[in-house]
Design a protein around this ligand. Structure first.
Ligand code: HEM
Ligand SMILES: CC(C)=CCC/C(C)=C/CC/C(C)=C/COP(=O)(O)OP(=O)(O)O
Length: 280
């Protein structure tokens, strides 16, 4: 196992994006009056907790990952990492992450534990192979870094924190339904009942368009609560319109996979932008 395998094992891009949302939530909630020690603890705790939870997800999904073309080269299915290494690494990182969270505040620990349980167990072990509702219920794990980061600054959750967490949750539906439409053949082969597998690719693109509207509506609520400035909400509206145009074009031309791929990549840029725009 080398560093590249470790990066693949913790799905480094997903983990870093989750860390970014939590760290930015901390910075925003503290009005940029950042305590360097709390900042470091929050960053390290989020990184370790999300990375370790992802490790458990990888371990539990090893069998289906070996079936899908997208995932079969991952360290576990390809034999570059043993199950023992995966289990010990994930356990150690989650425990250390939660310990650091507890040093910040109990709320931060609570959201860390919730994120871990929802992602690694409720989603991966209980729901993912059984029902398309897995995504709707367990997308809530995506809010935990934001709620934890916010609580690290203010001592407790708030309406603004919940609305910002909801932005990640609603965005994660757009993120996965576009991805699952693009990769629907893979998911079908592995027997994972994602929405586009169960209801078809057209339904995947339609559902993506509907949740995109909800993402934008939530961003407007955040503007109403003075979390987004007028220029920021304008940029987010333009970007959402571009993604909507891509999805509607896909519906009009029946090119579901192609439009979903483009919308998926744009959606990744959207969530990064949505968090950076909190500072403008
Ligand atoms: C219901 C919840 C979610 C599901 C089912 C999901 C699923 C996926 C899948 C299937 C991929 C493709 C991975 C690959 O290339 O093999 C992916 C990539 C990714 N995910 Fe998620 N994800 C979810 C939530 C999140 C959350 C909460 C975040 C961060 C806030 C996130 C960030 C990312 C990023 C940054 C990538 C890489 C995207 C790219 O390459 O353009 N995801 N996710
Ligand atoms: C505090 C804490 C632990 C927060 C977790 C935040 C976070 C990154 C949530 C993502 C959850 C999720 C369902 C990912 C997809 O896995 P998948 O198995 O569908 O993806 P795959 O098919 O690529 O393996």
């Amino acid at each position: 196992m080398n560093i590249r395998d470790f990066a693949d094992f913790i799905k480094v891009r997903q983990t870093l994006m989750a860390v970014l949302t939590g760290v930015i939530a901390y910075a925003k909630a503290s009005n940029l009056n950042i305590d360097p020690l709390v900042f470091m603890l929050v960053t390290a705790s989020l990184f370790l907790t999300v990375a370790g939870s992802t490790g458990f997800n990888m371990l539990f999904d090893m069998d289906i990952d070996s079936i899908m073309s997208r995932t079969k080269h991952r360290p576990l299915p390809s034999g570059r990492m043993t199950q023992f290494q995966a289990l010990s690494l994930s356990t150690a990182t989650v425990l250390l992450g939660l310990l650091l969270a507890a040093l910040v505040k109990l709320w931060v620990l609570l959201f860390g534990v919730l994120g871990f349980l929802i992602f690694s167990f409720l989603y991966t072990k209980v729901m993912k192979r059984r029902t398309p509702w897995s995504v709707i219920v367990c997308g809530s794990a995506g809010a935990m870094p934001v709620l934890g980061g916010w609580a690290a600054a203010t001592g407790k959750p708030s309406v603004e924190a919940v609305l910002l967490g909801a932005l990640v949750v609603l965005w994660s539906y757009l993120h996965i339904w576009t991805a699952a439409t693009y990769y629907s053949d893979d998911y079908r082969r592995a027997g994972v009942p994602m929405l586009p597998v169960v209801m078809g690719e057209r339904a995947g693109v339609t559902a993506s368009s509907v949740v995109l509207l909800l993402v934008l509506a939530d961003a407007f609520l955040l503007h109403f609560y003075h979390v987004y400035s007028a220029p920021s909400i304008a940029v987010l509206t333009v970007m959402a319109s571009v993604i909507m145009a891509v999805l509607l074009r896909g519906l009009a031309s029946s090119e579901y996979k192609r439009s979903s791929y483009v919308a998926w990549k744009l959606a990744t840029a959207y969530i990064a932008l949505a968090f950076l725009l909190l500072f403008f």
